[in-house]
Design a protein around this ligand. Structure first.
Ligand code: F6R
Length: 608
């Protein structure tokens, strides 16, 4: 998704902006640009494709003088990923330059109005209307000009603005799209993500919706939507710079896979007390839980897959009906959700537009909402009635790994917690599960220790153009995530199928040599899945089995087997997922794919 940076200080701005944009590359983008104020007014440089193109164009920023500027990486929404559509966009009189994240929903009407008034457009973007509105409303007062402009905009946006009349001033505006100010010594910054700021400062201010700021090297003023000055407290970011960097691994994705034992420890350990689960700050009274009629889990992508695991666990342990809904669907349905529904919203970034919209819809219907979120103080973390952080640390690779497994861990603990509160689980079973949850980091480590064997299997199977993952119940939920992981980073077509469903049509696609990855880690369904393995083998498929360690029979059923560490049957999803993350990673790497930045994808999908 688009990235924004801004800098005003005493050193050359362009290299600082390029450095910030590099740190935002992981968000996904297809063009980049910057604008700096100098003796020539506003000087811009833009390039389609990778950031290296912009670095080459500007000689790593050295060609552009000036100490105040804005930069942007663009992920195309309105208009193709061309240089002309790259940000910043400049007003016709050259006075203003603008970078923008989000969508201006009423841009078509504004464009028509501005065109009639004689403004000419050089791009297909929604953003360019902002530059022309600024010019139209400019009366010498920057703050008033910004307020008049913003009043005309509908939609979600974070804006970074510079004006040549105010050569040391940056303007930052936030409306439903993240924007963070970094407070430095004799310099101020803004960015769409703290990752771009932490190499300069650890003191940050989160703008709320509607707030905007005027920033100079030695002063910062934040305003509420009515233009009244407000005092904001700076927060201290304790993420280390190294934590946001690769730490010696070839890719962020591999680093993040390897970090999972520690990430799980961080998510789990503070929440296990004796034989039970505790959640500080969870607003769910025993009385409310007893009157709860059902649970709805909503999320997108991998977070939705974590929700599928959560559904099986909560239904099994709590005996309450649970639905899992893709957030982009829920928001436009007329779902049965009321004040007795518990809605669990899952999001690593906390900024996914569809998930935020689904959360708002559920709140409108009176539901009790609990967010399971990684990024502290993100929009979902702040909007849900309660938030359970996953504490996975920064996740940079576009494909989520530790984000997903920590979501599953928190959902598992939530299922046990609610079952206990509802009196649906006996003490012994609760204690057994708590012990099992406590051992998940170690089981995850043992799964990671199979790294070498998984890499060999990945090299063996890397040339399949299309494959299937099959499994039943919780194994099927894991298949959904394993399949997404493989396809998003290796571009190999794969489908996850409930093993018993394959024969209702899709088995027609099984032919000689087709790879089927069969998950058979559920003892009670083992014979059924083994039967499905035989069905596909009879039609020529090659089968890579995923089975619990010690299952020698799978060696006779499948061509190759990945043995995963044994855990309580309800706790298997994490040990099963980790080797399949590694499998996806090594297949993608062996095929020369850009693992951390897969094509067409963005880390944080902040548009609908
Ligand atoms: C896949 C992936 C995406 C995200 C989805 C939701 O590897 O990362 O499918 O899971 O875009 O993102 P969050 O969790 O940030 O809401």
């Amino acid at each position: 998704m688009c990235g924004i940076v801004g800098f005003t200080g005493t050193e050359r701005a362009a290299p600082v902006l390029l450095e910030g944009l590099k740190r935002l590359e992981y968000r996904g983008y297809d063009s980049a640009g910057l604008a700096v104020i100098n003796d020539n007014g506003i000087e811009t440089a833009r390039a389609s494709g990778r950031l290296e193109n912009l670095c080459a164009l500007t000689d790593n920023g050295e060609k552009i003088s000036g100490v105040c500027g804005i930069g942007h990486t663009r992920w195309a929404t309105h208009g193709a990923p061309t240089e002309l559509n790259a940000h910043p966009h400049v007003s016709n009189d050259g006075r203003f330059a603008v970078v923008h994240n989000g969508i201006i929903e009423n841009y078509a009407a504004l464009r028509e109005e501005l065109t009639k008034k004689g403004y000419s457009f050089s791009s297909d973007t929604d953003t360019e209307v902002v530059a022309h509105l600024l010019e139209m409303y400019f009366n010498g007062d920057l703050k008033k000009t910004v307020m008049k402009t913003v009043a005309r905009l509908e939609g979600s946006y974070a804006l970074g603005i510079v004006c040549s009349e105010f050569p040391d001033t940056l303007v930052a505006v936030r409306c439903a799209s993240p924007l963070i100010i970094g407070v430095g010594a004799g310099a101020e910054y803004f960015a769409s993500d703290v990752t771009a700021l932490i190499c300069h400062t650890r003191s940050v201010i989160y703008l709320e919706d509607g707030e905007f700021a005027l920033m100079k090297p030695d002063s910062l003023t934040v305003y509420d939507p009515a233009g009244r000055e407000i005092q904001k407290k700076a927060s201290h970011i304790d993420w280390s710079v190294e934590a946001a960097e690769k730490g010696g691994y070839e890719h962020f994705m591999l680093k993040e896979i390897m970090e999972q034992p520690n990430a799980l420890r961080a998510a789990i350990e503070p929440r296990l007390k004796g034989d039970g689960v505790v959640f500080d700050g969870l607003d769910l009274s025993d009385e409310w839980l007893r009157e709860m009629t059902g649970v709805v889990i909503t999320a997108c992508g991998s977070a939705y897959h974590a929700g599928c695991v959560g559904r099986d666990l909560i239904e099994s342990l709590c005996r309450v009906p649970v639905r899992v809904e893709v957030a982009s669907e829920l928001r436009y349905r007329d779902p049965i959700i009321d004040a007795h529904t518990l809605v669990i919203i899952i999001s690593q970034s906390g900024e996914t537009a569809d998930t935020i919209a689904a959360l708002n819809e559920c709140k409108r219907r009176g539901a009790k909402t609990v967010g399971i979120v990684n990024v502290v103080d993100s929009t979902i973390a702040k909007s849900a009635d309660s938030v359970l952080y996953t504490w996975a640390g920064p996740e940079i690779a576009v494909a989520t790994t530790k984000g997903y497994t920590t979501q599953v861990a928190v959902l598992t603990m939530l299922a046990v917690y609610m079952a206990d509160k509802l009196g649906r689980i006996d003490e012994n079973r609760c204690a057994e599960l708590v012990r099992g949850i406590a051992s998940l980091p170690e089981r995850c480590q043992r799964a990671i220790d199979m790294n070498g064997r998984i890499e060999r299997l990945a090299r063996k199977y890397k040339d399949n153009a299309s494959l299937f993952f099959i499994g039943r119940n919780l194994d099927y939920a894991v298949c959904l995530e394993a399949s997404l992981k493989l396809k998003e980073i290796s571009y190999i077509h794969s489908e996850a199928y409930a093993a018993g469903e394959l024969k209702h049509g899709t088995i027609a696609l099984i032919e000689e040599g087709r790879l089927v990855i069969a998950l058979a880690c559920r003892k009670e369904l083992y014979e059924k899945t083994a039967g499905n393995i035989r069905e596909v083998k009879a039609r020529g498929a090659r089968v890579l089995g995923v089975a619990v360690e010690g299952d020698r029979r799978m060696l006779t059923e499948a061509d190759d087997v990945i043995f995963v560490p044994r855990a309580d049957p309800l706790l298997m999803p994490i040990p099963e997922t980790v080797p399949l993350q590694l499998f996806a990673y090594y297949v993608a790497k062996a095929n020369g794919c850009d693992v951390d930045k897969p094509k067409n994808l963005a880390k944080s999908v902040t548009v609908e």
